[in-house]
Ligand binder design. Sequence first.
Ligand code: K1U
Ligand code: ZN
Length: 169
Amino acid sequence: MAILNVLTFPDDRLRTQAKPVSQVDDSIRTLVADMFETMQAEKGVGLAATQINVHKQVIVMDVSDDQDTPLVFINPKIDAQSGTKINEEGCLSVPNNYAKVERAETVTVTALDAQGEQFTITAEGLLAVCIQHEMDHLQGKLFVDYLSPLKRQRIMKKLEKEARLAAKA
Ligand code: K1U
Ligand code: ZN
């Protein structure tokens, strides 16, 4: 297993559209294992393959308190959604920045698991937020895209400055 580098906003590679997985094989299961290790090392509750510069429709997630309920979504599709709710969001690709984003309150998603088996889940709360956030990543979209241009620009300048300082150190 390996801890992989997480791309940081405004890296253009985060804007790549992920392609569907044609076969869930051992190379995908290795990717999934590496993504879980990376997510846990970065103390996140979700991770999309886009964030580690792999442009395949693969998401890992664990929103449980004890981090003992791993979920894998391959080629996810939203079948239904209802309601709206505003939640505070963060992102491992936009470190140390949080903002309120409006999303569907409940979503029903169909995807493949790590064995290639199809499953359907209806989610609400943090799981619903996280599913929508990670599915956005696969489309090259970030939570900062829901903010005003001014707020987005401020976050971008701050992260660019931090990256410059880190490169000098
Ligand atoms: O996509 C990512 O970068 C992971 C992201 C998922 C997410 C969590 C909550 C709302 C939207 C998206 C994170 O893991 S953010 C950091 C985090 O650890 C966290 C945030 C909220 C609750 C619990 C944990
Ligand atoms: Zn994110």
